[in-house]
Ligand binder design. Structure first.
Ligand code: FAD
Ligand code: SF4
Length: 625
């Protein structure tokens, strides 16, 4: 192949992660010449890459989301181990982010070919229709589109990434509208034994949410998953793609040994010949021409074994249209470094995540934890309704992986029992240790309350010329805090948790205290709380219906540059009450249709401009370059 800079491309996609892989695939399918520039390493062969990742994970000291994947100082990734709490309630931050507080932004991401979509958990629920209208409830912004605008693209995304779920249950328990006869590509991943025990104890029972007057009735519902289950026999529902069925290995984060979980590498495997991927290409700037259009990008390449500026060469590539898909925080960083798209002064602002309140305890009987995906069911009744005007709404995930997220894997508890587990404070050994372990570990469970964080312009990504990485590129400087609305939501979630534990007859071991394990520690109304990050970074280039208040329009096209798209969760005006990536994928497919129309319009303006809807087969076949 000739050097990428030697030719003009129809489209340059920056970032071969979740969103970028989808957009490149869609445009390649329509015959456009697409150059994908990816900052991270990429395995020469997908199967060998998978085996290497398994081996790296086995030998890694810290088993964290990024452990299996080859990263580089030339394109650093933030890691959850970068943060630690202080005994005075503050936090220390090392690593890639520059954290300015007052509270820590507690999520990481991965810069490697495939992006964070390699390490994600794979939960793929849809947003609730109400989530698109958060502004009407006085907290957050309204979206410029509604559920019905995105619905056909949800179906397309569920097909593309292969979602297993139960439509009837999502209709009844969550209140989601689906077209008649629709079925997910695969049947729902079966409930874990813990889910069934929970359903027996909780279904139909009332709890009192401090933000509502009447009781909320509980219902345990399975969660849609982007992992292979049994194909749905309904006509046209689709088939599981690639890999084997989920076998319950319980290591979806960071790597699924059987490749049952969707990763962007699966989409990349379907890319057509007009898509060209270049890895170890760190894009540093979007070039904006005098007429306000994006002319192309500048990027640096680096060698496998060296990440010093001396090892770098700099390149430039030109295209008719540029798509940034480098993750919410990196997209904002790139736009700021390029001096682009910021006439609204909203680039980098409104940084959001799902702050997660964890509660954990012991069930009265063994429930067989540490098997299957991290969560197979949840409680959805706190996501919607009038209460969201009074406190942040939240989804509750029932955690199958015991106390891992709260306190670390079970070996920590083994060490504790060895040290001082006996009734007289002496260590436990032999048969007694085995019996106690079987009893304790077999009863461990947790709840994960994922709070919707409202968009606050003061929570933001900035850059500072004094803070640079090994290649001289800016490191993200983060300002982050939780609003009173979110803290009220966390307090309400804790109250709901107390009632759940009482209904289950479970021992509550939840305890938050300042110290290394809880960098997200805070006090609210005299009570201690702490949060973890969900990895759901969003909102740094929000979409809206006015160039004065938003960065991109409803198609994720920058208001200031008609041929520059910035895609990913950063476009979301609210982080909503669902795990965000399915919505991000649906938005990426919707934008791909508009990009296709834009590209056609540049050649035949009259025939296509203004057409809307899901990929129009008539357009798809037309005017291929
Ligand atoms: C532990 C964990 C679990 C998660 N679980 C879930 C879940 O269950 N459900 C859910 O909905 N979401 C989940 N998420 C979130 C999900 O992973 C993200 O929403 C999603 O991956 C974001 O996609 P993206 O394409 O915007 O970014 P990414 O997938 O991170 O891709 C960005 C790509 O851009 C590349 N890149 C970055 N900078 C440059 C540059 N300068 N030049 C060129 N390339 C660049 C990166 O290397 C990367 O390949 C999870 C996240 C984490 C961390
Ligand atoms: S539970 Fe196991 S097989 Fe299923 S997706 Fe997770 S890691 Fe893969």
């Amino acid at each position: 192949m000739s050097a990428p800079e030697a030719r003009r491309w129809d489209v340059i996609v920056v970032g071969a992660g979740f969103a970028g892989s989808l957009v490149a695939g869609q445009l390649g399918e329509r015959g456009w010449r697409v150059l994908v520039l990816e900052a991270g390493h990429g395995a020469p062969d997908a199967q060998q890459g998978h085996l290497d990742a398994l081996e790296s994970y086995r030998s890694a000291m810290a088993k964290v989301p990024n452990s299996p994947y080859a990263t580089s100082g030339a394109a650093p990734s933030p890691d959850v181990t970068d943060l630690s709490g202080n005994t005075d309630g503050g936090f220390d931050a090392g690593g890639y982010f520059v954290q300015r507080g007052p509270l820590p932004y507690a999520s990481g991401y991965l810069r490697a070919n495939g992006g964070t979509g390699l390490a994600w958990t794979g939960l793929a629920p849809r947003m609730h229709p109400e989530d698109f209208r958060a502004g009407d409830f006085g907290h957050g912004r309204n979206w410029p589109i509604g559920y019905q605008d995105l619905e056909p693209y949800y179906r397309a995304a569920e097909r593309e990434i292969g979602v297993a779920g139960d439509v009837d249950e999502q209709r009844e328990a969550v209140g989601l509208p689906f077209p008649d006869g629709y079925r997910y590509p695969m049947q729902a991943i079966p409930r874990s034994y813990l889910d069934r025990v929970m359903a027996q104890a909780l279904d139909g029972r009332p709890v009192q949410d401090p933000a509502t007057d009447g009781p909320t009735r509980l219902r345990v519902a399975t969660t849609p998953h982007a992992r292979n289950g049994l194909p749905n026999p309904a006509p046209g529902a689709g088939q599981p793609a690639g890999g084997r069925l989920c076998q319950g290995h319980a290591s979806c984060v960071p790597i699924c040994p059987s490749q049952a979980k969707y990763t962007p590498l699966r989409t990349q495997a379907r890319w057509g010949p007009s898509v060209t991927l270049v890895t170890r290409a760190v894009v540093t700037r979007v070039r904006i021409a005098g007429n306000g259009r994006a002319a192309g990008v500048e990027y640096q390449t680096y060698h496998e074994d060296a990440a010093t500026p001396a090892a770098v060469s700099t390149h430039s590539a030109d295209a008719d249209l540029v798509v940034l898909a480098t993750h919410a925080i990196e997209n904002a960083k790139l736009l700021l470094a390029s001096g682009a798209a910021n006439s609204s002064d909203q680039v980098g602002r409104n940084l959001m995540d799902h702050p997660v309140l964890l509660t954990w305890g012991l069930m009265p009987h063994r429930i067989g934890p540490y098997r299957g995906p991290g969560s197979t069911s949840g409680l959805e009744g706190f996501r919607f309704g009038a209460a969201r005007a009074r406190r942040a709404p939240f989804r509750i995930e029932i955690g199958n992986w015991g106390w891992t997220w709260a306190l670390g894997p079970p070996d920590g508890r083994v060490a504790e029992l060895l040290r001082s587990g006996g009734p007289d404070g002496r260590g436990l050994f032999g048969a007694e240790l085995r019996r106690t372990l079987g009893d304790r570990i077999g009863r461990e469970f947790a709840f994960q309350f994922e709070m919707e964080q409202d968009a606050d312009p003061a929570n933001r990504v900035t850059i500072d010329p004094r803070q640079r990485d090994a290649l001289g590129n800016p490191r993200p400087v983060l300002h982050y805090d939780l609003s009173d609305h979110v803290k009220r939501g966390i307090a309400a979630a804790k109250s709901v948790s107390d009632q759940l534990f009482a209904l289950l007859g479970a021992e509550d071991h939840t305890r938050f205290e300042p110290g290394p394990a809880w960098p997200g520690y805070f006090e609210y109304e005299g009570r201690p709380y702490a949060y973890r990050g969900a990895g759901h970074g969003a909102g740094t280039h929000v979409m809206g219906d006015s160039p004065a208040t938003s960065v991109v329009d409803q198609w994720q096209r920058c208001w200031d540059h008609p041929n520059l798209y910035t895609v990913g969760c950063g476009s979301m005006p609210t982080v909503a009450t669902s795990n965000p990536s399915l919505t991000m994928a649906a938005l990426a497919l919707r934008s791909s249709d508009e990009i296709h129309r834009d590209l056609l319009a540049r050649r035949r303006p009259v025939s296509v401009r203004g057409a809307a809807g899901v990929a129009d087969p008539a357009l798809q076949g037309a005017d291929r370059p």
